[in-house]
Every structure is written in structure tokens, then in C-alpha cells.
Write a protein that binds this ligand. Structure first.
Ligand SMILES: C[S@@+](CC[C@H](N)C(=O)[O-])C[C@H]1O[C@@H](n2cnc3c(N)ncnc32)[C@H](O)[C@@H]1O
Length: 400
């Protein structure tokens, strides 16, 4: 039996934290977070404290390899995305990726004159969402239906805002067709293995970002799904090390066979980061500018640079691989590279050079993102990523 007083107290505490961290900045989103009983959209065995955590996401479904297929997103990113969407009373809103909770927040914000459509590719998730929406009194205010977002929602729209709550590698043409010309599209966009939640508005034929946030989301399924290219290498301690490439995998990865079982060298960038300071934008910088960039993961810590701290960011050059490491430095830590294989030093140099280039840029300033569904006006001075349906450009305040 849930203690409703305890839930109400936790809800107030959560709202206070979201306000303090400026994830909630409008009265409409604040009221929604005060009213919607968040815990009633969670699996029954979820602790109240977890349901009302600031940055807790709660997985609701996994695949047979234990990867999350669906989750209730963390409160901070739900609040931030609702603010980014600039929702107002009476709007028509599409939520892509359902669960019920976020749709209830949207219903609170757009009010009875508004319209909320919430879709999910998974019938089980839509059943769960519909049941929770009915139980909390939002059932009649949200249309929850099964659909693959890649194809939009036939018979619905146009939408004033589309909020995508699942990791998208590209912007489906159907979303732009169903978005009003002045509408806002908010989505977690996967850019060469790095995700940012971005709010876009139209500017003529292309989209320009108005805000961005760091967050992770479960991956898109269905016709818009995009599989990473993954290679597995035997690690130095006998475990498996995985390299995961997005769209720019080098063609000759076979040269890396056995590369991790020979010795390693380390080199240092002389770039430091102060203790407690985020360097999330370094990941995005690598995604933009580091050739052969990939994510690295290991079954066991003994296969990576213990006792040094390591980061899951790596570069491949020919028959060489290097990944990012940290060592203590006065007031914080210095970035460096651990290199393996015949061309390992080339990979390490490339990694350290991009750490230095990021450092010379305004390293804590968020770049501007633009998406170009069609042609000729794409700027040539920005980092560009070619997607299936358009080109994404990323412009850093001072460029590289
Ligand atoms: C993070 S969960 C959604 C969270 C929910 N909006 C909330 O706030 O609690 C992402 C959902 O996207 C769904 N999904 C994945 N691919 C999809 C697709 N192509 N079309 C529609 N839904 C999709 C998954 O089934 C999953 O339930």
C-alpha cells in the first residue's frame, strides 16, 4: 500500500530540486509536476524514493540480452524537454515513445482544450500506459496508440510540438510533415555515438537548435532503427573489449586483430580538467572531429587501464587503437591516451590533438545544431554528419 502523504512530500521535494536546478522554469511545468502522481506510472515494486528521484530512470522492459527497451525517463530530463518544447494551453502535441507519465504531464500543460497523442511501437507498453492513464484520470485526455514513429501518425496532426523520448539517429521526414511550420521538435539525437536532447525550430528549409541537454535514451526500434557496427577484441587480461562505431567505421578493422594483447604505451595531452567539472562536450567534440572515433567497453576492468582512470572514448588508426585515460594533476586530472598496436601512437596523437583543440576552443560552450533536409545551403565551416534523410551540422562558438 503506497503512503500517499509520503508520495506527496517526495513530489514537493522533487519539484523544489527541479526548480533549484532550473530544469523547471515555467509555472505550467511546475504545476504539472506538482499534480501528476509520478509513482503511479512506475512498476508496482518501485520504491517511492526511486520514483521521485531527480535523475533516476526506471527500466520497464528489457530484451533477451538484458538491454533496456523501455523505461520511465528521469524527472530532470522530462522537465527539461517539456520546457524546451515551449508547450502552451490548447496545443496539439505528439509524444513518441510512451509510458503514460510524460503524456500526463503534457495533458496537464495543454489542458482540456489541448490534444495529446502518445505512440509506442510496443503494444505491451501502450497497454501499460493506457492502464496507468485511466487509473490517474488522464485516460480521456491522451490518445495512446501503437505505431512505428518512422511513419508518423496517419490521420493525426498537424502538431504544435513533437517530443521524441527514444534515441533517434535521424529525423524522420514524417515528423517534419506533421509538425506545424512554427512548431518545435524536441528529440534525443544520436550523433556519431553521442546523444544530445535538442530542441529544433524551423528556419526556412532547415531546422536550427534553440536548446540542448545531455542525456541518454533507449534506442529506436522499427524502421528508423540504426545498428552500430561492433567489433570484439580479446583484452590483455583475457576478457572481451568491444569497439562500437556509429557511421564512420574505418573499412580495415581486421588490422586490429590481437592488437590489445601486446604491450601498451601512454602519452599525455597537458590538458587538465578541474575536479567536479563536466567535460561532456569533449565527447561531442570527438564525435565531430576525431576520425576513427568509437566507444569502448570491456567485460572486466582488468582489461582496461587500471589503476589509471579510463573513459569509454577511443580512436582507431590503421593497425592501432588508443583510448582516453586520466591521471591525477594539481586540482583535477590530466587527459591522456593509452595506445596499442603498430599504429597505436598515431591514434594516441590524434586523440591528444583533439583534446588540445577542444581546450583551445571555448570548451564549455554548447554548440549550435542545424538539420538540413535538403541541399545547397549547408554551411561548409561547420562539422557535418550525413544522415539518411538530411545533413546535421554542428557549429562550435569558435570552430576548430
Ligand atoms: C524511454 S521510453 C519512453 C518513456 C516515456 N515517454 C516516459 O516519459 O516515461 C522509450 C519508448 O520508445 C519506444 N519506441 C522505440 N522505438 C519506437 C518507434 N520506432 N516508434 C514508437 N515508439 C518506439 C519503446 O518501446 C519505449 O517504450
Amino acid at each position: 500500500m503506497v503512503d500517499t502523504d509520503a508520495a506527496a512530500d517526495l513530489r514537493e521535494k522533487l519539484v523544489a530540486e527541479l526548480l533549484a536546478q532550473e530544469k523547471i522554469v515555467s509555472e505550467a511545468v511546475e504545476t504539472a509536476f506538482r499534480r501528476v502522481p509520478r509513482h503511479q506510472f512506475m512498476p508496482a515494486d518501485t520504491e517511492l524514493a526511486a520514483a521521485y528521484g531527480y535523475d533516476n530512470s526506471v527500466v520497464t522492459k528489457r530484451d533477451d540480452r538484458d538491454r533496456a527497451l523501455s523505461s520511465v525517463s528521469a524527472a530532470y530530463i522530462q522537465a527539461a524537454m517539456l520546457e524546451m518544447a515551449q508547450l502552451r494551453h490548447g496545443m496539439t502535441v505528439l509524444e513518441i515513445g510512451s509510458g503514460g507519465l510524460n503524456a500526463a504531464y503534457i495533458a496537464e500543460i495543454v489542458g482540456p482544450e489541448g490534444r495529446v497523442v502518445s505512440i509506442d511501437i510496443d503494444p505491451e507498453i501502450i497497454d501499460r500506459a493506457a492502464t496507468a492513464l485511466d487509473a490517474t484520470g488522464y485516460g480521456s485526455r491522451v490518445r495512446a496508440l501503437v505505431a512505428d514513429a518512422e511513419h508518423g501518425v496517419p490521420g493525426e496532426g498537424p502538431f504544435d510540438a513533437i517530443i521524441v523520448t527514444v534515441g533517434a539517429w535521424d529525423i524522420a521526414p514524417a515528423w517534419l510533415t506533421q509538425l506545424r511550420p512554427e512548431g518545435v521538435l524536441v528529440l534525443p539525437l544520436v550523433m556519431n555515438n553521442v546523444t544530445r536532447v535538442i530542441a529544433f525550430r524551423r528556419d526556412g528549409e532547415h531546422l536550427v537548435s534553440t536548446a540542448a541537454e545531455v542525456a541518454g535514451f533507449v534506442a529506436m526500434q522499427g524502421d528508423g532503427a540504426r545498428a552500430d557496427q561492433i567489433i570484439e577484441l580479446p583484452g590483455p587480461a583475457g576478457g572481451t573489449v568491444r569497439l562500437s562505431f556509429d557511421s564512420r567505421a574505418p573499412s580495415d578493422l581486421g588490422q586490429l586483430d590481437g592488437v590489445l594483447t601486446a604491450g601498451a604505451t601512454e602519452s599525455w595531452s597537458q590538458v587538465t580538467v578541474a575536479k567536479g567539472v563536466s567535460f561532456a562536450d569533449l565527447h561531442l567534440w570527438f564525435a565531430c572531429y576525431l576520425d576513427g572515433f568509437c566507444r569502448l567497453s570491456a567485460d572486466s576492468e582488468t582489461d582496461v587501464a587500471t589503476p589509471k582512470r579510463w573513459l569509454p572514448l577511443a580512436a582507431v588508426r590503421g593497425a592501432g587503437l588508443a583510448y582516453l585515460i586520466l591521471r591525477d594533476a594539481p586540482g583535477g586530472a590530466e587527459f591522456g591516451a593509452r595506445a596499442y598496436g603498430r599504429d597505436g601512437q598515431l591514434a594516441a596523437d590524434a586523440l591528444n590533438e583533439q583534446v588540445q583543440a577542444w581546450h583551445r576552443s571555448e570548451r564549455h560552450t554548447t554548440p549550435t545544431f542545424a538539420y538540413w533536409p535538403t541541399g545547397p545551403d549547408i554551411p561548409t565551416d561547420a562539422a557535418a554528419m550525413t544522415k539518411t534523410h538530411g545533413v546535421l551540422t554542428i557549429t562550435w562558438p569558435t570552430g576548430s
